[in-house]
Design a protein around this ligand. Structure first.
Ligand code: UT7
Length: 345
């Protein structure tokens, strides 16, 4: 049964209701590690095939960070690209939010490590953990600080080194994920790249569908927990798939309703890049044309919190999004969590 309903969204207001104040996505930037892991290479590691991976997921290759390249490094590279495109200085950043499920360490926050790496000494910094929905959660949190006049410049980053928590002997999961980061600079800048709405939701009753059981207070690292492979990502793929389609559809509809726009008015839909079949199913239920959907999961796989941020940056870079276009981002992840955002570029 689909338990999702628009009533479960926390903030029923479209953001353009706020008097005179807007939140703009000034610029986005992204970074993916150089090393490419192809389906052909995976065929040599586990019992799988390019044919299976391509037909069931749409993924052809993914990027893998080097041993000494951590989530904070990947995040900092994406952040510096966004900062350069926004034509601001790192020292202007008031707040850094890093969305990740693969922090460098359980604490301190990866955002603090990024603050040091990009040289943003006056910024407050914290991490959020909403899995693949993290970037949209970050956008909504960031825009609240802009709209409330608490901060002028907010840096939101989705960054992951998922290769560090993948069980490379489990064919059910190891073919799906990759490493990367995407970043956005938020400011009150009327008339450009306005974030019209961002909404988010969660359903903790289904937390067990996608998780990493080991390493927290419930199951700290022991010889037994390592032997039982508790420190790797685990997923019930089929159930996650069904929930993803329902949640992404519901989140997208809710964000359109808040902005009082129809799907046909959206120039580019940027869905979470987990599975081509999920993206197609969501697009079909929304009544979208295939050419409205932006897809790059063939190159990167599922990069969790970084997924839609990388895709947004690429869509802008390749001219799929131009000034004035309406863009819909829609995400889903462990938690369960979900969310959507509409940007007038
Ligand atoms: O980012 C968070 C959100 N994540 C998602 O939304 C992911 C959602 N889930 C999915 O994308 C899909 O469920 C998967 C891609 C993970 C799996 O696709 P599926 O069509 O649901 O396949 P399945 O799990 O039902 O597995 C079908 C068969 C099984 O074999 P049997 O039991 O039918 O003999 C699997 O063992 O495919 C087998 N299989 C594989 N075969 C070759 C599973 N993984 C592989 C593999 N290579 N890598």
């Amino acid at each position: 049964m689909n338990t999702l309903s628009p009533k479960r969204f926390r903030n029923p207001r479209a953001l353009h209701d706020f008097k005179g104040r807007t939140c703009s996505v000034l610029a986005v930037g992204s970074y993916v590690p150089e090393r490419v892991l192809t389906n052909a290479a995976l065929e040599k590691m586990v019992d799988t095939s390019d044919e299976w991976i391509t037909s069931r997921t749409g993924i052809k290759e993914r990027r893998i960070a080097s041993e000494h390249e951590y989530t904070s490094d990947i995040a900092a590279k994406a952040a510096l690209r966004a900062i350069e495109k926004a034509q601001i200085q790192a020292g202007q950043v008031d707040l850094i939010i890093v969305a990740t499920i693969t922090p460098d360490m359980l604490f301190p926050a990866t955002a603090c490590l990024v603050q040091q790496k990009i040289g943003a000494p006056r910024a407050a910094a914290f991490d959020i953990e909403a899995a693949c929905s993290g970037f949209i959660y970050g956008l909504e949190i960031g825009q609240q600080f802009i709209m409330s006049r608490t901060y002028d410049t907010v840096l939101v980053i989705g960054a992951e080194k998922l290769s560090a928590i993948i069980d490379w002997s489990d064919r059910n999961t190891c073919v799906l994920f990759g490493d990367g980061a995407g970043a956005a600079i938020l400011q009150n800048r009327p008339g450009s790249h306005g974030l019209l709405t961002a909404c988010m939701g969660a359903d903790g009753t289904k937390a067990g569908l996608l998780s990493m059981p080991g390493g927290g207070s419930r199951c700290p690292a022991t010889t037994e927990s390592v032997a039982a492979r508790m420190h790797y990502l685990r997923m019930d793929g089929k159930e996650t798939f069904k929930n993803a389609v329902n949640a992404m559809y519901t989140a997208a509809k809710e964000s359109l309703r808040r902005c009082e726009i129809e799907i046909g008015q959206i120039k580019c839909i940027i869905p979470h890049q987990a599975n081509r079949r999920i993206i197609d199913a969501v697009g079909e239920r929304l009544g979208a044309e295939p050419e409205q959907l932006f897809i790059n999961l063939d190159k990167y796989g599922n990069t969790s919190a970084a997924s839609v941020a990388i895709a947004l940056d690429e869509a802008v870079q390749c001219g799929r999004i131009e000034k004035g276009d309406l863009v819909l981002l829609v995400v889903f992840g462990a938690g369960l969590t979900w969310g959507a955002a509409v940007i007038e570029w």
